[in-house]
Design a protein around this ligand. Structure first.
Ligand code: GZL
Length: 337
């Protein structure tokens, strides 16, 4: 692994956090068993509104949240929004109506959350963002955001592409196809931004994104869009995919077009799911930027602190690494998702 970013740094948003958390504490008046209990002894009930089940990353994330909630002894109310914002908003409203102790969710897109989060605030239910963040002018609408730095993941993808090109002894123009994540989602916006930052600063003359389109983070999307890319831009020689599932779908179209993924078209992807590592060990993906889905344990620690009215970090980042193709076989046995 080229480097591991093991950081749990955070900017502390004490005012917003302690304000809402204190509200949560005030409402905790019942008693109950110790396991999974809040400061007042009552069993914590967490409402979690998941994006959907669009990718291997999401499946691993859901498993981590459910297992950690069970381990913590919390009552978990869980919903799968099938990647639709209106379903997530409905789920959050139902958690408010059920008077859960804490709400956590992974916002499918960055905008459109103020109204429902104001309802949660009025109901004195603290909200934690997991995985993806939102755009809002009202910082008090959530107490903490736990997840990756997607802009840095984009920068890391560009750095990995530099290493992949050097290792392949690539000469000449670098014609990049970009498979974007879900339109309007933080990882899609920020992974494109970080990659472009490095490209504009250091590869203005030889790298060019010749085509870029969303594959919605799914294998089917990656396969369909890559097939269209190859029709319109047969001279593509690099694919930057915002997640492994789209890269795996794209590989099917690359092979159907009679080209070799990992050779004729060099591939850099993000996530690090097991199937991505298998493809890398087969030489079909050249490098993967890890995005850790196993947020469950950290989230449950945060839920307890918030419910007990403790001060919490405003921003908690997850540990992640970067992997080149020649590291895939050795890393596979230890992959946890
Ligand atoms: C990233 C996460 C993204 C993954 C995709 O934290 O939100 O959503 O990269 C998933 O695989 O669909």
């Amino acid at each position: 692994m080229l480097n591991r970013r093991g950081f749990l740094t955070a900017a502390v948003g004490v005012a917003a956090a302690s304000g809402l958390a204190a509200c949560a504490k005030e409402d905790d008046s019942s008693s109950g068993s110790d396991s999974g209990s809040g400061g007042g002894g009552k069993k914590i009930t967490l409402g979690f509104a998941q994006v959907g089940s669009e990718s291997g990353w999401r499946t691993a994330n859901t498993k981590s949240v459910k297992a950690a909630a069970k381990e913590a002894g919390y009552t978990l109310k869980f919903s799968d929004a099938q990647q639709k914002q209106e379903n997530q908003i409905s789920a959050i409203r139902s958690y408010i109506a059920q008077k859960v102790n804490v709400i956590a969710f992974s916002p499918v897109v960055v905008t459109g959350w103020d109204a429902v989060l104001k309802e949660a605030k009025t109901a004195k239910i603290p909200v934690i963002l997991t995985d993806r963040s939102i755009e809002t002018s009202d910082d008090s609408l959530y107490v903490s955001f736990i997840g990756s730095d997607f802009t840095d993941e984009g920068r890391r993808a560009a750095r990995m592409l530099e290493k992949v090109l050097a290792k392949a002894g690539h000469k000449g123009a670098v014609k990049i196809a970009q498979l974007e994540g879900t339109t309007g989602a933080a990882p899609a916006i920020e992974r494109a931004k970080g990659f472009k930052e490095v490209m504009d600063a250091e590869h203005k003359d030889d790298w060019k994104v010749v085509v870029s389109q969303t594959g919605d983070f799914t294998r089917a999307g990656g396969k369909q869009v890559m097939a269209a890319f190859l029709q319109s831009n047969p001279d593509i020689n690099v694919l930057y995919a915002h997640n492994d599932d789209m890269a795996l779908g794209a590989i099917q179209s690359i092979e159907a077009a009679g080209k070799k993924p990992g050779k004729d078209i060099l591939i850099v992807s993000v996530d690090g799911v097991k199937d991505g590592f298998v493809a890398m060990s087969e030489g079909k993906i050249n490098a993967i930027v890890e995005c850790n889905p196993l947020l469950g344990p950290q989230l449950m620690d945060l839920v307890k602190k918030v419910n007990d009215g403790e001060t919490v970090e405003r921003r908690i980042k997850t540990e992640e690494g970067d992997f080149m193709q020649d590291e895939a076989k050795a890393a596979l046995p230890d992959r946890k998702y």
